[in-house]
Design a protein around this ligand. Structure first.
Ligand code: NDP
Ligand code: 8X3
Length: 253
Protein backbone atom coordinates (compact mmCIF):
# COMPACT_ATOMS: atom_id res chain seq x y z
CA UNK A 1 0.00 0.00 0.00
CA UNK A 2 1.29 3.45 -0.87
CA UNK A 3 2.05 5.93 1.90
CA UNK A 4 -0.23 8.98 2.06
CA UNK A 5 1.20 12.51 2.15
CA UNK A 6 -0.84 15.68 2.63
CA UNK A 7 0.73 18.84 1.23
CA UNK A 8 -0.65 22.34 1.82
CA UNK A 9 0.16 24.94 -0.84
CA UNK A 10 0.68 22.34 -3.56
CA UNK A 11 -0.27 24.63 -6.45
CA UNK A 12 3.10 26.38 -6.65
CA UNK A 13 6.70 26.51 -5.52
CA UNK A 14 7.95 24.14 -2.79
CA UNK A 15 4.57 22.45 -2.31
CA UNK A 16 4.21 21.65 -6.00
CA UNK A 17 7.78 20.30 -6.16
CA UNK A 18 7.09 18.16 -3.08
CA UNK A 19 3.98 16.79 -4.83
CA UNK A 20 6.10 15.64 -7.80
CA UNK A 21 8.94 14.19 -5.70
CA UNK A 22 6.65 12.32 -3.29
CA UNK A 23 4.56 11.07 -6.23
CA UNK A 24 7.69 9.83 -7.97
CA UNK A 25 8.37 7.78 -4.82
CA UNK A 26 4.85 6.34 -4.97
CA UNK A 27 3.13 8.31 -2.24
CA UNK A 28 -0.58 8.90 -2.71
CA UNK A 29 -1.24 12.60 -2.24
CA UNK A 30 -3.78 14.91 -0.68
CA UNK A 31 -3.07 18.31 -2.22
CA UNK A 32 -4.42 21.57 -0.83
CA UNK A 33 -4.55 25.06 -2.33
CA UNK A 34 -7.08 27.73 -3.26
CA UNK A 35 -6.59 27.63 -7.07
CA UNK A 36 -8.89 24.82 -8.20
CA UNK A 37 -7.74 24.77 -11.81
CA UNK A 38 -4.12 24.29 -10.81
CA UNK A 39 -5.06 21.51 -8.37
CA UNK A 40 -6.89 19.74 -11.21
CA UNK A 41 -4.03 20.17 -13.73
CA UNK A 42 -1.40 18.99 -11.23
CA UNK A 43 -3.56 15.99 -10.19
CA UNK A 44 -4.08 14.84 -13.76
CA UNK A 45 -0.38 15.18 -14.53
CA UNK A 46 0.70 13.30 -11.38
CA UNK A 47 -1.79 10.49 -11.99
CA UNK A 48 -0.71 10.04 -15.60
CA UNK A 49 3.04 10.27 -14.88
CA UNK A 50 3.26 8.27 -11.65
CA UNK A 51 0.10 6.13 -11.45
CA UNK A 52 -0.73 7.24 -7.90
CA UNK A 53 -3.99 8.36 -6.27
CA UNK A 54 -4.57 12.06 -5.67
CA UNK A 55 -7.25 13.76 -3.58
CA UNK A 56 -7.71 17.48 -4.23
CA UNK A 57 -8.94 19.72 -1.42
CA UNK A 58 -9.62 23.23 -2.66
CA UNK A 59 -9.48 24.98 0.71
CA UNK A 60 -8.36 28.31 2.09
CA UNK A 61 -6.46 27.19 5.19
CA UNK A 62 -7.39 30.47 6.93
CA UNK A 63 -10.97 29.23 7.19
CA UNK A 64 -11.12 27.05 10.28
CA UNK A 65 -14.51 25.45 9.53
CA UNK A 66 -13.56 24.67 5.92
CA UNK A 67 -10.32 23.03 7.05
CA UNK A 68 -12.05 20.86 9.69
CA UNK A 69 -14.88 19.90 7.29
CA UNK A 70 -12.50 19.08 4.42
CA UNK A 71 -10.39 16.74 6.57
CA UNK A 72 -13.39 15.17 8.35
CA UNK A 73 -15.24 14.48 5.11
CA UNK A 74 -12.35 12.69 3.39
CA UNK A 75 -13.09 9.02 2.70
CA UNK A 76 -11.66 6.84 5.52
CA UNK A 77 -9.03 5.33 3.26
CA UNK A 78 -7.44 8.80 2.97
CA UNK A 79 -7.34 9.33 6.74
CA UNK A 80 -4.25 7.14 7.21
CA UNK A 81 -1.93 10.08 6.62
CA UNK A 82 1.77 9.22 6.96
CA UNK A 83 3.29 12.64 6.20
CA UNK A 84 1.85 16.14 6.68
CA UNK A 85 3.77 18.93 4.94
CA UNK A 86 2.67 22.28 6.37
CA UNK A 87 3.99 24.37 3.50
CA UNK A 88 1.31 26.93 2.53
CA UNK A 89 2.45 30.38 3.53
CA UNK A 90 3.30 33.82 2.31
CA UNK A 91 4.87 37.19 2.93
CA UNK A 92 2.80 40.25 2.02
CA UNK A 93 4.59 43.57 1.87
CA UNK A 94 8.00 44.63 3.14
CA UNK A 95 7.53 47.69 5.35
CA UNK A 96 8.36 49.11 8.72
CA UNK A 97 5.91 48.49 11.56
CA UNK A 98 4.86 52.14 11.44
CA UNK A 99 4.08 52.16 7.70
CA UNK A 100 2.69 48.68 7.06
CA UNK A 101 -0.80 47.78 5.88
CA UNK A 102 -2.54 46.04 8.79
CA UNK A 103 -4.44 43.83 6.31
CA UNK A 104 -1.07 42.43 5.18
CA UNK A 105 -0.33 41.45 8.78
CA UNK A 106 -3.70 39.68 9.06
CA UNK A 107 -3.01 37.64 5.89
CA UNK A 108 0.41 36.51 7.09
CA UNK A 109 -0.67 35.66 10.64
CA UNK A 110 -3.90 33.96 9.50
CA UNK A 111 -2.10 31.84 6.88
CA UNK A 112 1.36 31.12 8.29
CA UNK A 113 0.35 30.59 11.92
CA UNK A 114 -3.40 30.01 12.28
CA UNK A 115 -3.81 28.10 9.00
CA UNK A 116 -0.89 25.82 9.86
CA UNK A 117 -2.47 25.22 13.26
CA UNK A 118 -5.95 24.42 11.88
CA UNK A 119 -4.52 21.84 9.49
CA UNK A 120 -2.30 20.35 12.20
CA UNK A 121 -5.16 20.14 14.70
CA UNK A 122 -7.28 18.29 12.11
CA UNK A 123 -4.58 15.87 10.93
CA UNK A 124 -2.50 15.04 14.02
CA UNK A 125 -5.33 13.18 15.83
CA UNK A 126 -5.60 10.93 12.74
CA UNK A 127 -1.87 10.19 13.00
CA UNK A 128 -2.24 9.43 16.71
CA UNK A 129 -5.08 7.04 15.87
CA UNK A 130 -2.81 5.29 13.34
CA UNK A 131 0.10 5.28 15.83
CA UNK A 132 2.50 6.80 13.32
CA UNK A 133 3.18 9.96 11.35
CA UNK A 134 5.60 12.67 10.35
CA UNK A 135 4.79 16.38 10.52
CA UNK A 136 7.06 18.62 8.44
CA UNK A 137 6.74 22.36 8.90
CA UNK A 138 8.24 24.64 6.26
CA UNK A 139 9.78 27.46 8.27
CA UNK A 140 12.35 29.91 6.96
CA UNK A 141 15.65 31.61 7.66
CA UNK A 142 13.17 34.37 8.64
CA UNK A 143 12.27 32.15 11.60
CA UNK A 144 15.87 32.19 12.76
CA UNK A 145 16.82 35.82 12.07
CA UNK A 146 14.99 39.14 11.74
CA UNK A 147 15.79 41.51 8.88
CA UNK A 148 14.80 45.13 8.18
CA UNK A 149 11.10 45.45 7.24
CA UNK A 150 10.61 41.70 7.78
CA UNK A 151 8.95 42.23 11.19
CA UNK A 152 5.60 40.38 10.91
CA UNK A 153 6.67 37.77 8.34
CA UNK A 154 9.71 37.01 10.53
CA UNK A 155 7.45 36.82 13.59
CA UNK A 156 5.16 34.29 11.86
CA UNK A 157 8.15 32.14 10.89
CA UNK A 158 9.60 32.41 14.43
CA UNK A 159 6.17 31.12 15.51
CA UNK A 160 6.55 28.15 13.12
CA UNK A 161 9.98 27.50 14.68
CA UNK A 162 8.47 27.52 18.20
CA UNK A 163 5.42 25.48 17.18
CA UNK A 164 7.67 22.84 15.64
CA UNK A 165 9.51 22.47 18.96
CA UNK A 166 6.22 22.42 20.89
CA UNK A 167 4.69 19.79 18.59
CA UNK A 168 7.77 17.60 18.96
CA UNK A 169 7.47 17.70 22.75
CA UNK A 170 3.71 17.02 22.69
CA UNK A 171 4.01 14.17 20.18
CA UNK A 172 7.11 12.37 21.45
CA UNK A 173 4.91 9.83 23.29
CA UNK A 174 2.86 9.21 20.13
CA UNK A 175 5.56 7.91 17.76
CA UNK A 176 5.15 10.99 15.56
CA UNK A 177 8.19 12.68 14.07
CA UNK A 178 8.25 16.48 13.79
CA UNK A 179 10.71 18.23 11.48
CA UNK A 180 11.25 21.84 10.44
CA UNK A 181 12.82 22.68 7.08
CA UNK A 182 14.00 26.32 7.17
CA UNK A 183 15.15 27.58 3.75
CA UNK A 184 16.83 30.76 2.59
CA UNK A 185 16.00 32.38 -0.76
CA UNK A 186 14.11 30.18 -3.24
CA UNK A 187 12.82 31.39 -6.60
CA UNK A 188 9.05 30.67 -6.55
CA UNK A 189 5.93 32.86 -6.65
CA UNK A 190 6.85 34.00 -3.12
CA UNK A 191 8.29 37.40 -4.10
CA UNK A 192 5.51 38.08 -6.63
CA UNK A 193 3.03 37.61 -3.78
CA UNK A 194 5.16 39.67 -1.38
CA UNK A 195 5.34 42.57 -3.85
CA UNK A 196 1.66 42.21 -4.82
CA UNK A 197 2.21 41.28 -8.46
CA UNK A 198 5.17 43.62 -9.18
CA UNK A 199 7.17 41.10 -11.22
CA UNK A 200 10.24 43.26 -11.87
CA UNK A 201 10.63 43.99 -8.14
CA UNK A 202 10.14 40.29 -7.43
CA UNK A 203 12.72 39.25 -10.05
CA UNK A 204 15.27 41.72 -8.65
CA UNK A 205 15.37 39.73 -5.38
CA UNK A 206 17.17 36.93 -7.26
CA UNK A 207 19.58 39.14 -9.26
CA UNK A 208 23.29 38.34 -9.17
CA UNK A 209 23.31 34.95 -7.43
CA UNK A 210 21.78 31.50 -7.77
CA UNK A 211 18.86 31.05 -5.38
CA UNK A 212 17.56 27.64 -4.33
CA UNK A 213 15.03 26.01 -6.63
CA UNK A 214 11.83 24.59 -5.14
CA UNK A 215 13.12 21.13 -6.15
CA UNK A 216 16.21 21.67 -3.96
CA UNK A 217 13.96 22.14 -0.94
CA UNK A 218 11.55 19.36 -1.91
CA UNK A 219 14.46 16.92 -2.25
CA UNK A 220 15.67 17.52 1.32
CA UNK A 221 12.07 17.42 2.54
CA UNK A 222 11.65 14.00 0.95
CA UNK A 223 15.04 12.88 2.32
CA UNK A 224 13.86 13.69 5.86
CA UNK A 225 11.10 11.07 5.42
CA UNK A 226 13.45 8.29 4.30
CA UNK A 227 15.38 7.77 7.55
CA UNK A 228 14.95 4.76 9.83
CA UNK A 229 12.05 4.97 12.28
CA UNK A 230 14.37 5.73 15.24
CA UNK A 231 16.04 8.70 13.44
CA UNK A 232 14.50 12.18 13.11
CA UNK A 233 15.79 15.41 11.61
CA UNK A 234 14.54 18.05 14.03
CA UNK A 235 15.56 21.11 12.08
CA UNK A 236 17.29 21.74 8.78
CA UNK A 237 18.43 25.17 7.55
CA UNK A 238 19.01 25.03 3.79
CA UNK A 239 20.52 28.04 2.03
CA UNK A 240 21.84 28.98 -1.40
CA UNK A 241 25.64 28.66 -1.27
CA UNK A 242 25.75 32.37 -2.13
CA UNK A 243 23.63 33.34 0.91
CA UNK A 244 25.25 33.41 4.37
CA UNK A 245 22.38 34.98 6.33
CA UNK A 246 19.14 36.86 5.66
CA UNK A 247 21.09 39.92 4.57
CA UNK A 248 24.51 38.65 3.42
CA UNK A 249 24.80 37.52 -0.21
CA UNK A 250 27.71 36.93 -2.56
CA UNK A 251 26.56 38.60 -5.77
CA UNK A 252 30.01 38.65 -7.37
CA UNK A 253 30.16 35.18 -8.91
P1 NDP B 1 4.59 30.14 -3.52
O1 NDP B 1 3.92 31.47 -3.49
O2 NDP B 1 5.19 29.69 -4.81
O3 NDP B 1 3.59 29.02 -2.99
C1 NDP B 1 2.76 29.25 -1.87
C2 NDP B 1 1.69 28.18 -1.83
O4 NDP B 1 0.87 28.42 -0.67
C3 NDP B 1 0.77 28.20 -3.03
O5 NDP B 1 0.53 26.88 -3.45
C4 NDP B 1 -0.52 28.81 -2.50
O6 NDP B 1 -1.62 28.25 -3.19
C5 NDP B 1 -0.50 28.35 -1.05
N1 NDP B 1 -1.32 29.18 -0.17
C6 NDP B 1 -1.09 30.47 0.16
N2 NDP B 1 -2.09 30.91 0.96
C7 NDP B 1 -2.94 29.86 1.12
C8 NDP B 1 -4.17 29.71 1.82
N3 NDP B 1 -4.71 30.71 2.52
N4 NDP B 1 -4.80 28.51 1.77
C9 NDP B 1 -4.27 27.48 1.06
N5 NDP B 1 -3.10 27.57 0.38
C10 NDP B 1 -2.46 28.77 0.41
O7 NDP B 1 5.72 30.23 -2.39
P2 NDP B 1 6.81 29.20 -1.82
O8 NDP B 1 6.70 27.88 -2.45
O9 NDP B 1 8.10 29.89 -1.85
O10 NDP B 1 6.33 29.14 -0.30
C11 NDP B 1 6.04 27.94 0.39
C12 NDP B 1 6.49 28.10 1.83
O11 NDP B 1 7.88 28.29 1.88
C13 NDP B 1 5.87 29.29 2.56
O12 NDP B 1 5.50 28.87 3.85
C14 NDP B 1 7.01 30.29 2.63
O13 NDP B 1 6.88 31.13 3.74
C15 NDP B 1 8.20 29.36 2.76
N6 NDP B 1 9.50 29.90 2.38
C16 NDP B 1 9.71 30.45 1.14
C17 NDP B 1 10.96 30.95 0.82
C18 NDP B 1 11.26 31.61 -0.50
O14 NDP B 1 12.28 32.32 -0.61
N7 NDP B 1 10.45 31.40 -1.53
C19 NDP B 1 12.09 30.84 1.77
C20 NDP B 1 11.76 30.23 3.01
C21 NDP B 1 10.52 29.77 3.29
P3 NDP B 1 -2.96 29.01 -3.65
O15 NDP B 1 -2.56 30.40 -4.02
O16 NDP B 1 -3.46 28.17 -4.79
O17 NDP B 1 -3.84 28.95 -2.46
C1 8X3 C 1 11.51 33.61 2.74
C2 8X3 C 1 12.92 34.02 2.80
O1 8X3 C 1 14.52 35.89 3.50
O2 8X3 C 1 12.58 36.50 2.15
O3 8X3 C 1 11.09 33.01 3.94
O4 8X3 C 1 12.33 35.93 4.46
S1 8X3 C 1 13.06 35.67 3.26
Amino acid sequence: MNKITLITGATSGIGKSCAYIFAKHKHDLIIIGRRAERLEDISQDLISKYDINVLQLCVDIRNRDDVINAIESMPNVWKKIDVLINNAGLAVGLSTIQDAEIDDWERMIDTNVKGLLYISRAVIPLMIRNKRGHVINIGSIAGKEVYPNGNIYCATKHAVDALTKGMRIDLVEENIKVTQIAPGAIETEFSIVRFKGDKSKADSIYDGYQPLSPDDVANVTYYSTTLPSHVNINDMVIMPTAQASSMVFNKSI
